[in-house]
Design a protein. Structure first.
Length: 109
């Protein structure tokens, strides 16, 4: 399964809100991870980067890094879960390796 194809990407606001309201939360140094087990669909992932993090260039760089981290670590993401990864303000100064380490630490939870 290839990450970030249409069937793996969370796009609806309703799905994001469902994960925020009913999922479990894990806090890391640079990221916040929301996980919600679902039985009716395959794993879907979403990325959220607030304007507080920085301008569009910074936000897009963080999103590109997070997409690549998820693509490379797809086998570690639990099956039949909705996953939303949100970037904290600190993430603007984080390197790729620091984001990857934080992501993997949160997955192991």
């Amino acid at each position: 399964m290839v990450l970030m194809e249409n069937e793996n990407r969370m796009r609806c606001r309703r799905d994001f809100l469902r994960v925020y309201q009913h999922g479990s939360v894990r806090f890391g140094r640079y990221l916040v991870m929301h996980l919600l087990p679902v039985s009716e669909s395959p794993t879907k992932v979403g990325i959220s980067v607030s304007r507080k993090v920085g301008n569009a260039v910074i936000r897009n760089r963080i999103k590109r890094r997070l997409r690549e981290i998820m693509r490379l670590n797809w086998q570690s993401i639990p099956e039949q879960h909705y996953l939303v990864v949100s970037a904290k303000v600190k993430s603007r100064d984080a390197s790729y390796r620091e984001l990857e380490t934080d992501f993997n630490r949160l997955l192991k939870g």
